[in-house]
Design a protein around this ligand. Structure first.
Ligand code: ADP
Ligand code: MG
Length: 412
């Protein structure tokens, strides 16, 4: 790792360490439905506590609209960090200092009075209008309280905000240490296996599925450039098939992405890289699937929608994947939320976890829904790395390992 990491920091006793965590947990009426993100930050927090640091945690939580004052008040009420504080305390098994402000005397004094090994959590950083704009004054205020900065919010590392970029940038200038936390380090190491591809790590196979080509143009381009094979599944299949002139029945496709899809196909074809499904699971209707069938070939008949890869495609893909040394997967193969259309996604999970176990294939999932599918079907632990950041993981791949929140951290 070329960047400073948390274990490179020394003499932390009594130092105020600002840690940008990702506590952007799903909330419903103030109840946390999934505390994975808080749990994922614990190794970094506990390490700093054990070193005797005074630990100040800050994170965004949901969105706050600062343009409309009524909406702003409602967003603040909904995304109040006070909902997170008790869960953090429970997970740490100790009292924490919770400050319901993002700047001012109350926060400044609480930071000054923090004891060694104690943890402070401040209010949602997005209560500040300047957070998302990387406002210099806001960054300067936070930086003035900190002796060191640790970045551990991978899901926010693709944003150059005050808390992810402005603060560490200022601390670097002042000669104060900045480093990646344990969670960030794991993400960077895992995902970089798909960035710095050496001959030893090939064949490198990318599996791309999911909902929309338009969300993923840059990552598709990058993977066609880097991977030895790019396997396609999910709803994006139909945009590729349509571009090639195949009938897609009633399936959704993106008319404005056909040129791009064709360009990809041509580029990839020249290099014999792009792999498309050879059969599909189709149904009369996505919402009310009464008539569910498997196609004979690639053509989707009128009156039907493509909703998963078919059984022959599952076998075909498993064969291609069997030779891979590195695999990056983004996007489910079908509408896995419905068990009728989950087999394609399950087969990818099964194939990849088996390869990891039996052959040591390095398998990476980047993408929120793909990771959720792997977790739902019980395969998550079998992958080499499952990224916690959907958007951030794709941006890291398309930017050759660079993200603002990583780049700003001091080099070793
Ligand atoms: P990720 O979050 O892993 O990047 P996406 O957000 O791109 O993945 O896509 C996930 C969604 O794509 C899933 O909710 C799934 O239901 C949907 N999807 C996959 N295949 C199809 C299809 N054929 N038709 C409609 N939706 C699909
Ligand atoms: Mg998604």
């Amino acid at each position: 790792m070329s960047k400073m990491t948390i274990t490179d920091l020394s003499n932390l006793e009594g130092k105020v360490v600002f840690v940008r965590v990702d506590f952007n947990v799903p909330l419903k009426n103030g109840e946390i439905s999934d505390d994975n993100r808080i749990v994922a930050a614990l190794p970094t927090i506990n390490y700093l506590k054990n070193q005797g640091a005074r630990v100040v945690l800050f994170s965004h939580l949901g969105k706050v609209d600062h343009k409309d004052s009524e909406k702003c008040a409602a967003d603040k009420a909904k995304n109040d960090m006070k909902f997170v504080a008790p869960r953090l305390a429970a997970l740490l098994n100790e009292e924490i200092v919770y400050i319901d402000e993002t700047r001012g005397d109350k926060l400044t004094n609480a930071v000054k009075n923090l004891k060694n090994g104690q943890v402070l959590l401040m209010q949602n950083t997005r209560y500040e209008k300047g957070e998302s704009k990387n406002d210099p004054e806001l960054s300067a205020y936070w930086a003035s309280l900190a002796d060191a900065f640790v970045m551990d919010a991978f899901g926010s590392a693709h944003r150059a905000h005050a808390s992810t970029y402005g603060v560490p940038e200022l601390l670097n200038k002042e000669g104060k240490p900045t480093a990646l936390g344990f969670l960030m380090q794991k993400e960077v190491e895992g995902l970089n296996r798909c960035v710095d591809i050496t001959d030893d790590n090939r064949p490198f196979v990318a599996i791309l599925g999911g909902a929309k080509v338009s969300d993923k143009i840059l990552v598709v381009e990058k993977l066609i450039e880097k991977a030895d094979k790019v396997i396609i599944g999910g709803a994006i299949t139909c945009t590729f098939l349509k571009a090639l002139g195949y009938p897609v029945g009633n399936s959704r496709y993106e008319a404005d992405q056909l040129d791009f899809a064709l360009k990809c196909v041509e580029e990839a074809k020249a290099k014999n890289k792009l792999v498309l499904p050879i059969d599909h699971v189709i149904a009369n209707d996505f919402a009310m699937p009464i008539d569910v069938r498997v196609t004979d070939g690639v053509v989707i008949p009128d009156g039907f929608e493509r909703l998963d890869i078919g059984p022959r495609t599952r076998e075909y893909y498993a064969k291609i994947l069997a030779n891979a040394k590195t695999v990056f997967w983004n996007g489910p193969m079908g509408v896995f939320e419905n068990p009728l259309f989950a087999d394609g996604t399950i087969s990818i999970c099964e194939t990849l976890t088996k390869l990891t176990k039996e052959k040591g294939t390095f398998t990476v999932i980047g993408g929120g829904d793909s990771a959720a599918a792997a977790a739902q079907f019980g395969y998550k632990e079998g992958f080499s790395h499952v990224s916690t950041g959907g958007g951030a993981s794709l941006e890291l791949i398309q930017n050759d390992g660079h993200l603002p929140g990583i780049d700003v951290i001091a080099d070793k």
